[in-house]
Structures are given as C-alpha cells and as structure tokens.
Design a protein around this ligand. Sequence first.
Ligand code: FE2
Length: 292
Amino acid sequence: MLTPAQLANWHHDGFLVLPGFKSTDEVAAACRRAHEIVAAFEPGAHGSGRPCAFSTRDRSKLADAALLASAEEVHCFFEEEALDEAGRLCVPKEVSVNKIGHALHERDPVFETFSHGPSLAALAADLGLAQPQVWQSQLIFKQPKIGGEVGWHQDASFFVTTPQTVTTFWFALEDATLDNGCLWVMPAGHRGQNSVLREQYVCERPADGAPPRLVMRKLDTTPWPTMAQARPLPVAAGTLVVFPGLLPHYSPPNRSARSRLAYTLHVTDGSAAYAAENWLQRGTHLPVRGLR
Ligand code: FE2
C-alpha cells in the first residue's frame, strides 16, 4: 500500500500524512455517532457522581477510577474550563466534552467498523506491525474556544512495550488547522537522542488492596522540542496521520470558533512484551485484538 517514497519518509521524518484515508461517508458516520454518544451520556453517571475533567497539564486531577474503568468502556471526559470550582458542568455538555475513550473500537459498532478493515491492516503491516494489537481508541474534541492544549509528549509513555512498538493512528474527522489546534510534531524526533522516552505513565497497584494510583514518572531530562523545532500538520477531514510512539508531538489550545474532532487508535505489536505497569490492561473477557 505505501510507496517506497512514503516508507522512506516514515523512517526519516517519523510520521506520515495520508489524505483521504477515510471517505467522506465514513467520516460523516463517525462524526454523527460521536455526537450521538455525547447526547446520550449522563454526566456524573460514573465514579464520584461528578463529571470528570481531563487535563494533560495536571494529571492529579484525573479521577483515576473513572479512567481505569474507561479502559473497557465508552466514557466521556470534560474540558477543565467546562467545570466550575465545585466540579459542576458550567457549559452545555455538547460543547464541553474533551474526549471519549477508551474502548470505542470494541464497544461501539460504528467505531468498531471504523477501526478495523483491510486498509488499516495493510498499512500496519507496511509499518512493520506484524501482530497489531489495538489497545485504545479515543475521540478528541478540541472544542471551540475552550479546547485545551495537549502539551509535548510521546504516546509510548502510555503504552510501553519491549522493544518499543506503539504506533498512533490519528484520524482527522474535521479539518485540523493552525487556528483550531492541529497536531504539531518534531520531525525526526523518533530517532537519535530526541527519541529517548522522557516519561512513563504507570499504574501502581498496591499489594495491600488499596486502590490503584496512576502516576507519571520522569525517566529522562531530555528537553521537549522548542516550537522552532516543531512542524504543524494542518490536514483535511478524512486524513490519517500515523506516527511512532517515540515521536514528540503537541497540540495548542483551540481559541477559534470551530471544533477539531479527531479519532485515534494506539496499536502495539503482539510480538513485543507489553509492560505490566501500563495503565491499560485487558483480561480474558475482553482480549486485545488486531485490525482485521
Ligand atoms: Fe499523543
């Protein structure tokens, strides 16, 4: 499926931009379903009885139980700025969802279809994923005006394997622009000194039966890229951006009037050892599976 030039770019730059990977109809069906899920979601139906915010700047604000439960469910997380000091939603939920995760590809028929199939399987094979395993799916909303920044990070921090294999499939469901918070990447940041894994997000499961705790551990002091080292990736709806888990990437807040809906899959290779400390684990009742 990929041309030799595309594969050369993949190895050299650490990302590929594939316009039109999803058809207009597939994108429309995904957008429609995303909004249906939000419309049906009852804030406070999970965990503490309050809506749960999602922030990459201060992960201590995450409700660990809600996040862990979402590994096998379809759960909505809200923008920090959508909650007041008491944790109540202060804007309509339709414009306040930060993301939905993390088992859309398993639990929702529309996203199960979107997340599997011969095109994706062929692409993964071209990228060297011999036994793809899809651990996570997310709808990322980047709402108008309040869509939050996602600071520089490496997705491998969340899905450690030995050797490192996690690969991100990032689908634009709406046009992603410089104004509404498109992805920025560090070209070639997946190789050499810049590719060192800086952080690891681990789930500490105490032996005494206390609730598990999610912690971001600092592994390395290599600095994150400067904006002078970064390249924006404005893309049209239907585009697939794919990049390896060690590539540093970032997206700024959305202060524009247009949303920037995206859908992501995180895929590892089953031949690599999946870390027991990774927050997302699967039991035999819902085994991780591939792209076909
Ligand atoms: Fe990411």
